[in-house]
Every structure is written in C-alpha cells, then in structure tokens.
Design a binder for this molecule. Structure first.
Ligand code: AP5
Ligand code: MG
Length: 223
C-alpha cells in the first residue's frame, strides 16, 4: 500500500519538527507547502511574489495556487512510494482535491497534533530557523548551542516574518475557521488519529511513530 501521511495541526503545533523526523523514520519525502512557498519567496519567483502578501498577513494562499504547486511537487519520482504532507491540506477544498487525485491503492493517515492555543504563540514567536538547512530551533525549548548558529550545519538562524504575535493570532484565527473542519472531515473517513502535541518533542514523536508502525492498520481509502 502506498500512503499519503497528513500532518494536521495549528500554527506552531510542531508539524515541521515532527515531520522531519518521521520522514526519516518512514523513508518518505517531507513535503511542506509552507517550505515550498518560502523557497519561492527567497528565489523571488512569481509564485513567491504572489504568496508573500498572503503569508505576511497570516492568510491562506488561494486554493488553486496551493493545489497546483503541491500537485507539481508530488508528481516527482521521489513521491511515487508515498509522501508526508506538512501544512496541506488546509481547507476542505484542498482535502477534496487531494482525495480525488489519490488513485486506487493509495491510503491516507491523518495525524492531528493537539496543542492549546495559549502555547502556540510562544512556540511560534520563539522559533529560529536555519537559512541553509531549515533546521527548526526554539529560543527556549530547543536553544542552539551557539547563539544564532544552527546546531545541524552551522548556518545562520533567522525568525520567520510571520512569527510576530499579531500575525500568529491571525494564523490561529484562520486555522480555527478554515482548517479545523478537516478534523471532522478525516474523522468521518476513519483516517484520523489525534496526538497530544503539548508534551516534549520526543514524547510526541514516540506516539506518532507508534501509530504509524501498528501492523495491519495502514489507514483507510480516502473517499
Ligand atoms: P506553514 O509554514 O505551514 O506554517 P503553519 O501551519 O502556520 O505552521 P508552522 O510552520 O508555523 O508550525 P509547525 O506546526 O510546523 O511548528 P514547528 O515544528 O515549526 O505556512 C505558512 C504560510 O504559508 C501560511 O500562513 C499560508 O499563508 C501559507 N500556506 C502554507 N500551506 C498552505 C496551504 N495548504 N494553503 C494555503 N496557504 C498555505 O514548531 C514551532 C516552534 O515550536 C519551533 O520553534 C519548535 O522548536 C517548537 N516546538 C515544536 N514542538 C515542540 C514541543 N513539543 N514542545 C516545545 N516546543 C516545540
Ligand atoms: Mg511548519
């Protein structure tokens, strides 16, 4: 069975942190729509210029634009054996487009990281990212050994433009209005598992790994 594993969760829940480790564990490519947009932003492509306004305002990039970009990415050969989605889908329209695209023989697993809103602003506003390898740190929860320097590759750390308190609040509101309905969407299709994401990254990872390695439970067909 070939699987699309979906990481769902609010901004700052730990989707990226967990997806990087899970991708290695599962041997699947990690496909993050936020990372794809940030790559386009830094390469100053037309897509990056279009996405910038939405991202900086904490709004969702329009569905057709995201779906085109995502489908282009997962058409690559490295996704033939499955992939791990981080930040997609984020609306019911995106979920439906994905479900239509997945052919017979594909299953999905949806992992929802549950973290209370009050922790999310602190997580996002303390986040530090590596300019070179994208490694995720946190000023308090995963402080780099040397200030401003990536533990993994020695690259320079930076803060995302949308990680200020005001934009995080807007991203949270958008999550509640537009993305949260996906919990019910996938629950109704029998593919949803919810994990308490408020614990340490290792504890969360162990739960996710356990859920994905349960034999005989490869997920349900998306309908
Ligand atoms: P995106 O980049 O996907 O942002 P997001 O969903 O808001 O999620 P984040 O990346 O902020 O959080 P995360 O869950 O990955 O947390 P992380 O692991 O980094 O999207 C950005 C923008 O792009 C959107 O706003 C939108 O404009 C656009 N976009 C993207 N996809 C789209 C789509 N499908 N449709 C439309 N528009 C789209 O962790 C956060 C911090 O917490 C880190 O510092 C980390 O070290 C720390 N941390 C992680 N886990 C723990 C833990 N267990 N305990 C303590 N600290 C922790
Ligand atoms: Mg992320």
């Amino acid at each position: 069975m070939t699987s699309a594993v979906i990481m769902l969760g609010p901004p700052g829940a730990g989707k990226g942190t967990q997806a990087v480790r899970l991708a290695v564990e599962l041997g699947l490519p990690h496909v993050s729509t936020g990372d794809l947009f940030r790559e386009n932003l830094s390469n100053e492509t037309d897509l990056g210029k279009l996405a910038k306004t939405y991202m900086e305002a904490g709004k969702l990039v329009p569905d057709d634009v995201v779906i085109d970009m995502l489908f282009g990415r997962v058409a690559a050969d490295d996704c033939n054996g499955g992939y791990l989605l981080d930040g997609f889908p984020r609306t019911v329209a995106q979920a439906e487009a994905l479900s239509e695209r997945l052919a017979d023989g594909w299953t999905t697993r949806t992992l929802q990281l549950d973290v209370p809103d009050e922790s999310l602003v602190e997580r996002a506003s303390g986040r530090l990212l590596c300019k070179d390898c994208g490694n995720i740190h946190h000023e308090k929860y995963k402080a780099p050994a040397a200030e401003g320097v990536c533990d993994a590759c020695g690259g320079e750390l930076y803060k995302r433009a949308d990680d200020n308190a005001e934009t995080v609040q807007e991203r949270l509101a958008v999550y509640h209005n537009e993305t949260k309905p996906l919990i019910q969407y996938y629950d109704e299709r029998g593919t949803l598992d919810v994990v308490d994401g408020s614990r340490t990254p290792d504890e969360v990872f162990n739960d996710l790994r356990g859920l994905l390695s349960v034999s005989g439970a490869p997920g349900q067909e998306v309908t």
